[in-house]
Design a protein. Sequence first.
Length: 201
Amino acid sequence: MAQSIGPINNPINIWLSSKILKKVNLITIREELSREFLSNIGIPKENVSLTVCPAFLLPPSLNTNNIYSKWNINTNTPLIGLAIREWVYPNESDSSKANNDFINMITIIVDKISADLDATIIIIPTIPSDINLGEIIIRKSTNQSRVKVIGSLNTPREVVGIYGQLNLLITTNFHPLVFATSQGCSFNNASSNRPKNHRIC
């Protein structure tokens, strides 16, 4: 099953990766950035296969309306999805402040979009810690009734179905981009420290 590789920056880890991966008969990857990395560490191109991310093929669930109902999401307004993650700031002296600044900026964006477009913002978790991040954004929001967080992780097919009913997705994460693309949902790939995202756009 195709995956991304990297980023790997530590010289020892790069050396180990090269030594181990040269013993592998076939490596399947899902974007060009990984192929460039493998080429740079000396992996023969005939051992590397660039293919589609298998998540593109995941069909949507037909029970999406039940999920919206469970979390009191008004589907009679434009639905804007938000799939984000707390960032890592290795070059910041105060990573906690940098993360708070990021959350405050996202909250301002959420409030403006929900007000200007008369929209409901749906915060969609990818991993459990995303739920807590969503709850923090709601507490900071000045338009809390229009911001909802899906407060539990769902099955992969249910998640795909959620993206299929959005009018727009804003995300910093890879798989939400895949799900939105497969369902024909417009998206904005917010700049992040995950360079592989840019290769899907």
